[in-house]
Design a binder for this molecule. Sequence first.
Ligand code: HEC
Length: 124
Amino acid sequence: MKIIFKTLEMFVLLTLIASCTKEYVTPTAELPTNVSFATDIQPIFTNNCVACHGGSTSPNLTASKAYASLTSNNLVVSGNASGSKLYSRMTGANGNSVMPPSGKLSTSDLNKVLVWINEGAKNN
Ligand code: HEC
């Protein structure tokens, strides 16, 4: 009789332990949060776009002009990245030719732009 109780005890204990262990989930292309235009987005433009978009080719993506240039030319629809020309050009969505022409930027950079627009495209 005692041995049966011991076995039962072990079973309950092991079941408890098993239910407490969380399954480890590998992070897959996590979206960033609290994206700032000045610290996260502008450097992407400065490093990859201003060589061409430095004034003569619209939009002007230099540090002092980029925000105004994107919003006044309706290239960004606040809260709607997939409906924004900036994002669709950068991802090549809807058959658009990709910006920069040399090829798509990293998923991490594209995700920053995605979240920045979806969080309201603030001049933050
Ligand atoms: C090698 C030069 C070059 C680079 C680098 C480049 N662009 Fe462009 N971009 C152009 C040219 C030329 C056009 C106009 C022709 C066209 O629409 O394809 C253009 C057009 C665009 C447009 C469409 C503007 C409109 O009014 O419809 C967007 C948005 C854009 N670029 C964003 C970017 C962004 C963002 C980057 C950097 C990630 C970038 N481009 C890098 C040359 C470049």
